[in-house]
Design a protein around this ligand. Structure first.
Ligand SMILES: *Cc1c(COP(=O)(O)O)cnc(C)c1O
Length: 220
């Protein structure tokens, strides 16, 4: 199956209002070009250097979303061309983004990453701390909180993820009506190749799909 066929299949089953992000780690600019031709506009990148290489070729024909773990020393470059950072998971990283934005006179759209299964080794804000965290980072002039993102635990069975998606949706619904300044709860980013159907059932309106678009990744 070609990238185009894979995307057509996915788009056909997506309810309206659900955005597809093509998770492009380890993929080439040529492959990303095929994704764009098939009508997907948002490219998710985990690694700055890979993203820079792709951006050189693709430029602003795509919307670039950072979906990897972001380190402070990468922030300055990330904010130059990414349209959204989906993985804000600490006060420190939010402050670094805010500071970097000043130089470019821009505001950055961010999603707050929720560690929905409370796994100590993983990044993300614990559900119980989400509201306080969002209130704190929304004090930063150049941060625009546009929603939440979660991964959930690794599992063979996507059904295992359902409670974590449900919990993240609950936080989303709790924060939305607060109508906080610099917060517009628009996107709930959850679900990947194996789990996007369950995620959509639980309220995701943005899914991040890699292997089902590009095929299984070659180990390089
Ligand atoms: C790789 C990746 C995905 C896509 O995973 P697939 O199982 O290949 O669809 C989604 N989100 C993040 C953060 C990723 O790193």
């Amino acid at each position: 199956m070609s990238i185009k066929e894979n995307i057509e299949k996915i788009l056909k089953e997506l309810p309206s209002g659900v955005e597809l992000v093509a998770a492009a780690k380890g993929r080439t600019a040529d492959e990303i070009n095929e994704v764009l031709s098939a009508g997907v506009k948002i490219i998710g990148e985990n690694y700055l250097q890979e993203a820079e290489e792709a951006y050189e070729v693709i430029g602003n024909r795509a919307q670039w979303h950072f979906i990897g773990h972001l380190q402070s020393n990468k922030v300055k470059k990330v904010i130059t061309f990414f349209n959204m950072i989906q993985t804000v998971d600490s006060q420190g990283i939010a402050e670094a983004i805010d500071r970097a934005c000043v130089a470019y006179n821009k505001a950055m759209q961010v999603l707050v990453e929720i560690n929905s299964a409370r796994e100590p080794q993983k990044s993300g804000i614990f559900p119980t701390e989400a509201e306080a965290f969002i209130r704190r980072i929304a004090c930063l002039d150049n941060i625009r909180v546009a929603g939440l993102m979660t991964m959930g635990p690794a599992s063979e069975d996507p059904e295992d993820l359902r409670p974590y998606f449900r919990e993240t949706k609950k936080i989303f619904d709790q924060i939305k009506p607060l109508d906080l300044k610099r917060v517009n709860m628009q996107y709930l980013s959850m679900g990947m190749t194996d789990s996007y159907r369950v995620a959509i059932e639980e309220g995701a309106n943005m899914i991040r799909v890699g292997s089902k678009i590009f095929g299984e990744r070659q180990i390089r």
